[in-house]
Design a protein. Structure first.
Length: 529
């Protein structure tokens, strides 16, 4: 029958593609429907400025992905058969300061301590102890990322059963700032160590976010900074190639408007043009918990209400992409050019750094923005024509502006000039003559790009707070990727466990689907491609 498949997937973001690929490998007929003209969602590389200049639209480094068995065992053949290649950068992040000094987190632990020691030997020693905590926690945390989460009650009971678990509970509930104030003394070191939590779109003093502070150094020392050669979107390209190889289909420009249900079971999808597709086995939806009631009928109103209360990330980002005639050069020196991400610190003062965040809490944007950036062609020459540069700067901003959401489209160019002015303090050749093209994305653009995943412009789907993580992400009733009272409907997306970074978490959804339809996931995963 036309338009009938075993598996239908609403949304072609990387999580939906991962789940689709596993089911297609199992021999199921699979169709992915994506509303946008391109697949990949937050894992996308596009020529935003000029032909030949390849910009990562959202994600850039996939440090969380490389621990996934999908990658370590190459379960889908993404690396061995479909051309996905990662370059591992040994310089993960740098902070550059107005006086020309810099601090670098290297994959090499000792080099990182040496970089810190130039400012404080005491802080270098403290970092050694701090990083060791993350190193010890890493195996347990990683084991929980790439499988469906345990119920929160069971997880809490496990943590409370021994001293180490109680230490972990404390870390999860406190803020990064709590620990940084206790451990470090130098203002530049404090700023540098707190930048990874900011990259997770969390204020450093947000309670219930402390784990990020310990996990990111541990991950960087273990994996470095992995970048897909040719751009972040190569990951999505490899997934689509795998789906096609296994007999599945991926269709773009196909907006889904409704999950079709019958007798308490999901049976299909309807598109904006009225076409209907039926699923013999399962329907998978990249549907944000705040949008469930919009797409699914006969769903528990109480569930819809609880799911709608999810808290978005505290921060958002605005990106300014540039095509450069010559690659970017930094005042701090050539070593900075080999780093995955460079954080621009406008002051040596830690107090000034924290004060920069105060306006953002109230929906205000000042000219004194918190910025990061890098020229991607410096670490991956395939991103630009020979001798040219692909540079971006991102600014931390609020989604909801104090004077109205609609203002984003009005002020984006003005704010972009402030971003450019801030970057010019650290990058020596961002003069107008070197900028060949520019493209600006705001939080409002993120929501338009992925309205069913990036609600409120949140590219992480939901905030990474303790109360909505693990077996409570997005809420307890939805944390196993199933939708109560709607059989055979499963969720994928950044708003699900393990969170908004690129984890390849569609694998977790697939594990539960395989269980429910009596397929052996391990057997399929291990089978040669």
């Amino acid at each position: 029958m036309a338009n009938q498949y075993d598996v239908l997937v609403m949304g072609g973001g990387h999580n939906g593609l991962v789940a689709a690929a596993y089911l297609a490998k199992a021999g199921k007929s699979v169709l992915v429907l994506e509303r946008a003209p391109t697949y990949g969602g937050g894992v996308s590389t596009q020529e935003l400025t000029l032909p030949g200049f390849r910009h990562d639209v959202h994600s850039s480094s996939h440090v969380m992905l490389l621990g996934n068995p999908m990658m370590t065992n190459d379960e889908l053949g993404l690396q061995g058969k479909f051309g996905l290649e990662y370059k591992i950068l040994d310089q993960c992040q740098a902070s550059v300061f107005p006086d020309g000094s810099s601090l670098i987190t290297h994959r090499d632990f000792d080099k990182t301590c040496e970089s810190i020691a130039q400012f404080s030997r005491k802080d270098a020693d403290a970092y050694a102890k701090f990083a060791q905590i993350g190193h010890k926690l890493l195996p347990m945390i990683m084991a929980g990322l790439y499988a469906p989460p345990a119920p929160m009650g069971a997880f809490m009971a496990m943590l409370q059963s021994n001293p180490q678990g109680r230490d972990i509970f404390e870390i999860m509930n406190r803020s990064p700032l709590d620990f940084v104030d206790e451990l470090f003394e130098d203002d530049r070191v404090k700023q540098h160590v707190l930048r990874p939590p900011l990259e997770l779109l969390q204020f450093p003093d947000e309670m219930g976010t402390g784990m990020a502070l310990f996990m990111f150094p541990a991950l960087m020392h273990k994996y470095g900074s992995p970048k897909a050669v040719g751009g972040s979107g190569r990951f999505a390209d490899a997934l689509v190639a795998a789906i096609h190889h296994f007999g599945g289909e991926v269709h773009v420009n196909r907006e889904v408007t409704k999950v079709l249900t019958r007798g308490g079971r999901a049976v299909g999808l309807r598109t904006a043009d009225g076409e209907e597709y039926t699923a013999r086995d399962v329907v998978i939806g990249a549907i944000h918990p705040k949008r469930l009631g919009q797409f699914v009928e006969d769903i528990d109103p109480g569930l819809v209400k609880r799911a709608g209360r999810g808290k978005p990330s505290a921060l958002n980002i605005m990106q300014v992409h540039m095509a450069l005639d010559r690659p970017a050069t930094f005042y701090a020196g050539e070593e900075i050019e080999r780093t995955q991400m460079v954080h621009y610190a406008p002051s040596l003062s830690f107090s000034d750094f924290m004060k920069q965040m105060d306006p953002l809490r109230h929906g205000e944007i000042t000219k004194d923005l918190i910025l990061s950036g890098q020229d991607q062609s410096r670490v991956d020459p395939t991103r630009a024509p020979p001798g040219k540069g692909v540079y971006f700067t991102q600014a931390f901003v609020p989604f909801k502006l104090a004077d109205g959401l609609s203002r984003w489209d009005e002020i984006k160019d003005e704010v972009a000039q402030d971003v450019l002015a801030g970057a010019r303090r650290f990058v020596s050749n961002l003069d107008d003559s070197n900028i060949l093209g520019m493209h600006v994305n705001t939080p409002a653009d993120w929501e338009r790009h992925s309205p069913n995943s990036f609600v409120d412009g949140d590219i992480h789907g939901l905030g990474g707070y303790f109360f909505q993580n693990g077996g409570a992400r997005p809420i307890a009733e939805l944390s196993d990727y199933r939708v109560p009272r709607v059989e055979r409907l499963y969720l994928v997306g950044p708003f699900m466990h393990p969170g908004g970074s690129v984890f390849g978490a569609g694998r977790n959804t697939a594990i539960n689907i395989f269980k429910d339809i009596n397929l052996d996931f391990d057997k399929v995963a291990r089978a040669p491609v």
